[in-house]
Design a protein around this ligand. Structure first.
Ligand code: NAG
Ligand code: NAG
Ligand code: NAG
Length: 281
């Protein structure tokens, strides 16, 4: 829709169209990092072939879930960027896969945090380490991310910080074409046990709240969805059921190997097999 199309209908229609343009503009969210490219002129999401989803960004090259890994994935042509959402101690949603910081950050070099090591029950397993939920966002931002595996490119280790969910969204929205997001709500039981939001909201409420703040809504292939494509994913069925009450955006229920229980209801998916589609690793 543009003003040229409006003038084709004659002057009677012009004010109405103009008004609707203004309403559309007013409804547009304000991004922390302002978009450099107008929404209207961006190349749309391709829908002619299966989606190319950058799992944790371009992480073979750049440490996973960092801004650089996501920007590289977009450069390389990803249709969607994928991430895992956890929380800081002060309730800020962050992009990070592990509940502990030990394996892929330089936390061990930060002696000032040496006394923060804890043991918590994570889905029935006592797990020891430095948990994201014991660090404020300011503290987490002091850390730098490194590669998970030694066979990956190590040259970008120690260069990039953990990013927030909102920073992740800004990267997708600032892309030169429409790039969708594929966030996973991670370990909701643990997060809701350890993080208390002042307004009494749950992890799931905060998660959906951020998506709505940035204008994400609409069912699969709807007009709104195509402008800001989104899939919400989780291994926790109760989270997805709860979220389905809050948003009509598409949701993906992740199933793991038959030996691995869901993140909340302690169920396994008996129909899962090596031949069924692998949703996640
Ligand atoms: C960290 O790495 C160790 C050794 O590879 C592994 O056993 C453990 O599961 C990893 N921790 C997380 C939270 O992924
Ligand atoms: C975890 O540790 C606590 C405290 O030591 C213990 O009571 C509990 O049985 C342990 N749980 C598991 C699943 O090992
Ligand atoms: C959905 O919302 C309604 C109204 O707020 C509430 O009564 C119901 O329990 C909710 N369902 C779930 C699954 O959270």
């Amino acid at each position: 829709m543009n003003e040229m199309a409006g003038s084709g209908f004659g002057f009677g229609f012009a004010p109405i169209l103009f008004l609707s343009l203004l309403v559309a503009c007013a409804a547009r969210p304000i991004y922390p990092l302002p978009s450099k490219v107008s929404h209207g002129n961006r190349l749309p999401l391709q829908t002619s072939r299966p989606y190319n989803i950058a799992h944790r960004g371009s992480n073979g090259e750049i440490p996973e879930e960092t801004s650089a890994a996501y920007m590289r994935a977009i450069e390389e042509g990803a249709d969607f960027i994928e991430t895992d959402i956890l929380s800081s101690k002060d309730g800020v949603l962050i992009c990070f896969h592990d509940v502990t910081l030990d394996n892929i950050t330089d936390i061990a070099d930060h002696k000032e945090f040496a006394n923060r090591k804890r043991t918590y029950d994570v889905q029935g397993v006592n797990t020891t380490g430095f948990f994201t939920v014991d660090f404020t966002l300011t503290e987490l931002k002091l850390l730098r991310v490194k590669q998970r595996y030694s066979f990956r490119d190590q040259q970008y280790n120690g260069m990039f910080p953990i990013i927030t969910f909102e920073e992740f969204i800004s990267i997708a929205l600032d892309a030169p074409r429409v790039v969708g997001i594929y966030p996973e709500i991670k370990n909701p039981i643990l997060i809701n046990q350890h993080v208390k939001w002042p307004d009494g909201k749950k992890f799931e409420d905060k998660f959906v709240g951020i998506l709505k703040k940035y204008g994400y809504r609409g069912s699969y292939m709807s007009e709104n969805w195509l402008k800001q494509p989104l899939f919400i994913q989780s291994f926790a069925p109760t989270s997805l059921v709860y979220i389905s009450n809050l948003t009509d955006s598409p949701k993906i229920f992740l199933i793991d190997e038959v030996t691995i229980p869901t993140q909340d209801t302690n169920q396994v998916c008996v129909s899962s097999s090596a031949n069924s589609p692998k949703f996640h690793s």
